[in-house]
Write a new protein. Structure first.
Lengths: 149, 140
């Protein structure tokens, strides 16, 4: 596999690992505090502070910038926050065995979005679709297995 | 079930976000892009919290803040940055299913740190995730 792609997959796995560690840490925070949204606000504030320190490096100050890119990323941030808020609200209204299988569908929505809006950039193959569907199915089975049995 | 429309909204929100990140990072460094997205995420989440549950902030203790601070560094400063690095290199469609494997890591951590045992259903799910991951990473 191409080195650029390999590093990309390592970053993707590192992100998945970070989310798994976060799910344990956030449970500790929420065990004596009942507001996941307030928790997310505080977590984002500290995440922003930590990231701000990284962004003052000289190489970052010289990095390319564009208003269009900033606009896309600003909306991406709002869209992700809608995801986080809606997920917490959903979990407060229905059990995790109902909500998690629906939210696990995100990769399929991303693939559909890439097919519609990233045609020249990303190639969607049947192998990718089947692989993603198996990941989604596996995550749903894991969630049901952990919460129902 | 009132929770289902919100779950769908969450899934669509995350899916759209990944596409916008791919488009936005064409002319933007990953760290700066992550910073911009985190600023707007914080503004939105803080506004929603103030509308729905503003009183929650008065119940905070230093220990609770410390747990959320740690979560913020892991999830947003590191996790989101890794997420955007991956999208920038392999694309949103290939990165998204890999991010979704986090429950597999959560199980591994639960086994190692908490001594949790797994049942047949969880093992079958893990197998499905691994086969899916292999198909995704070997797709051209």
């Amino acid at each position: 596999m191409d080195k650029h792609l390999s590093i990309g997959y390592i970053f993707a796995i590192a992100a998945a690992l970070a989310y798994a560690i976060n799910s344990i840490v956030i449970k500790k925070g929420l065990s004596s505090f009942g507001s996941p949204l307030a928790g997310a606000t505080i977590a984002m504030s500290f995440g922003l502070m930590a990231l701000s320190i990284l962004s003052v490096r000289a190489s970052e100050l010289r990095a390319p910038n564009s208003k269009r890119g900033a606009l896309f990323l600003g909306i991406a941030g709002i869209s992700a926050a809608i995801g986080v808020s809606a997920n917490y609200i959903a979990l407060s209204l229905a059990p995790v065995v109902v909500i998690a299988p629906i939210t696990s569908m995100t990769p399929m929505i991303t693939i559909l979005g890439a097919h519609l809006f990233l045609r020249g950039t990303e190639r969607i193959t049947s192998r990718l679709v089947v692989g993603s569907a198996l990941v989604v199915l596996g995550v749903i089975i894991i969630t049901l297995g952990r919460h129902m049995l | 079930m009132l929770g289902i429309p919100f779950a769908l909204m969450a899934s669509v929100g995350w899916g759209i976000s990944a596409i916008l990140v791919r488009l936005g990072l064409r002319n933007m460094s990953v760290v700066r892009g992550t910073l911009i997205s985190l600023v707007t995420s914080l503004m939105f989440t803080a506004a929603v919290t103030l509308i729905i549950d503003a009183a929650a902030f008065s119940r905070l203790s230093p220990a609770i803040v410390a747990w959320f601070a740690l979560a913020g560094i892991i999830n947003f400063a590191l996790g989101r940055q890794f997420n955007y690095q991956a999208i920038n290199r392999i694309g949103a469609a290939r990165a998204s299913p890999v991010f979704s494997t986090s429950p597999l890591f959560a199980i591994a951590l639960a086994i190692i740190l908490l001594g949790e045992t797994i049942n047949v259903m969880v093992a079958l799910g893990a197998l499905s995730v691994l086969v899916g991951l292999w198909l995704v990473t070997t797709s051209r």
